[in-house]
Structures are given as C-alpha cells and as structure tokens.
Design a protein around this ligand. Structure first.
Ligand code: NAP
Length: 255
C-alpha cells in the first residue's frame, strides 16, 4: 500500500486530493490546522475507502513545521511515496496597504516550508528509488500580479524550484510536478475577499475537476499541469504580452 502526505486537506483542492488518493487505494497523512475537521475527515475517508488515515495538526507558517511533521513520520515509520504540497492562502490588495505579517507568513508557508519538507522527504524518496511530488502553484506563477504581488511571487518560486528539481532528478524514479490552477471553487477566494472579482466570476473550475486532471498527469510524471483551456490560454497570452499589458488586465480581473 502506498502512502501520500497532503497538506491543506480540510477544504478545497487539498480535500479533493485526499478523496482522490483514498479512492485510488492510498493510505493518507493529512496536514492542516483544524483538528476537528481533520478528525472528521479521517473517519469519513476510512469508512468510505477502507484505507489507513493519519493526520497531523500543524500551522505551516511556523518555522518548526516541517521538522515536526518529519518527527511524526519517523515515529510512525511510514514511507512517503507521494507528497502533495497544497496548503496555501492569499493576501490581496495593493502592496502598500496589505498586511506585512500575513505576507511574511505566506512566504514562510509557500516558500520556506515547501522547500524544507520537499528536501527532507526527497532524501527518503531517493533511498527508495521512487516518488511523486506535486507542488501547487497557480496561473500567478507565470504572471506577476498587481494586487497579488507577494502571492504571485511565492507561486513563481514554487514553479521555478519545482522545474529545477525536474532537471536534477532526470530519469530517476522520482518526478516533480507543478500544478498551476486558475480560479477554483474553494474557500480560498472568500478567505481573501476576492470572491466577487471578475477573475472568480468567469471560468471557475471545480476542485474535483482540477484534481482529476492533476492526478492523471502527475502519475505520468508530467512537469507542469495547467488545468482547463481558459487557464492554458491565459498563461499562453501572458508569455507573449508585455508586462505593462498583463498588469492592466490583472488589475481589471481583480476588480
Ligand atoms: N482556489 C483557487 O482559485 C486557487 C487558484 C490557484 C491556486 N490555488 C492554490 O491551491 C492551493 C489550495 O487552495 P484552495 O483553493 O483549496 O484553498 P482553501 O479551500 O482555502 O484550502 C486551503 C487549505 O490550506 C490549509 N491551510 C491554510 N493555512 C494553513 C496553515 N497556516 N497551516 C496549515 N494549513 C493551512 C487550510 O486548512 P486549515 O484552515 O484547517 O489549516 C485548508 O485545508 C493553495 O496553494 C492555493 O494557493 C488556489
């Protein structure tokens, strides 16, 4: 039986990943902050899919987070076959107005934590000769986004970091995938107060759809997954348009 560790499973894309991996017969380790939700999720997944589910209550903005998660994995003597670095959040607005504390937490979680946990788990995957790592970026990984400056920069880091690992791992049995969703129907937008923006009123995808595409492609060892034709076109246009134009379009989309 293979084991997957997924961060941010209590809602949205991470929740859909937990369902998908359980349905595929994986044992699961779920990570998030809300213990009550994790406990309920553990019971529901075990009952429905008859797989072993463990959870770790952890705030991933804390510097000690990756070390504490590894301590649990070592204690349980579990081999992690698949790592899904999914947990994330947004802090929207003009940079001069946004909360610096939230942005530093975001940098801690999207960059520091993802880097540390990936390294620690990759070491074991190399010993085992097998592994799949999926890091959740965003279409913002490609687009420096006014009113989302720090978020899009952290997601650009995730994609750059993951692409470089692909180059290092080559044909080894370990594959790294970046998933770059666009607007997806989760709690993410409401938490960042951007649910009424143009971005979240057009071409919003269901998390189950995003995860179905991502799962299939990560298992094939694909480097990059951009789910949905609208998101693919967005990324394509962003590559040929001057930044002055993408800046104007992004501001419009975030209104
Ligand atoms: N939804 C979109 O439109 C969209 C678009 C592009 C990319 N993404 C990316 O997709 C990923 C998943 O987001 P989502 O849309 O599924 O959002 P979501 O519904 O808000 O879910 C976020 C998950 O992350 C967990 N989380 C948040 N802060 C945490 C922290 N400090 N420590 C531990 N866990 C934390 C939450 O659990 P607890 O609150 O229980 O801790 C929750 O399970 C993120 O990386 C996001 O950037 C989303």
């Amino acid at each position: 039986m293979k084991t997957v560790l997924i961060t941010g499973t209590t809602s949205g894309i991470g929740k859909a990943f937990a369902e998908k991996f359980a349905d595929e017969g994986y044992d699961l380790i779920l990570v998030a902050r809300n213990e009550q939700k994790l406990k309920q999720q553990q019971a529901a997944l075990q009952e429905t899919y008859h797989v072993a589910v463990r959870y770790i209550v952890q705030d991933l903005t804390q510097e000690s987070a990756a070390g504490l998660i590894m301590a649990d994995i070592d204690k349980w003597k579990v081999t992690i076959d698949v790592l899904v670095n999914n947990a994330g959040f947004n802090e929207c607005g003009f940079f001069v107005d946004t909360s610096l504390d939230r942005e530093l937490e975001m940098i801690n979680m999207h960059i520091r934590f993802v880097t540390e946990l990936t390294k620690r788990i990759l070491v074991h995957m190399k010993e085992n000769g097998y592994g799949r790592i999926l890091n959740v970026g965003s279409t913002g990984s490609f687009i420096p986004s006014p009113t989302d400056a720090v978020y899009s920069a952290t997601k650009a880091y995730i994609m750059s970091f993951s692409n470089a690992l692909c180059g290092e791992l080559g044909k080894a049995g370990i594959k790294v995938t970046t998933l770059c969703p666009g607007a997806t129907e989760t709690e993410f937008a409401a938490k960042a107060n951007i649910q009424n923006t143009l971005l979240f009123r057009i071409a919003v995808m269901k998390p189950e759809k995003v995860v179905g595409i991502a799962y299939r492609k990560m298992m094939k060892g694909r480097r990059l997954v951009i789910p949905g034709i609208y998101n693919k076109l967005l990324v394509l246009f962003s590559k040929v348009m001057p930044i002055s134009l993408t800046n104007r379009i992004t501001i419009l989309m975030m209104k």
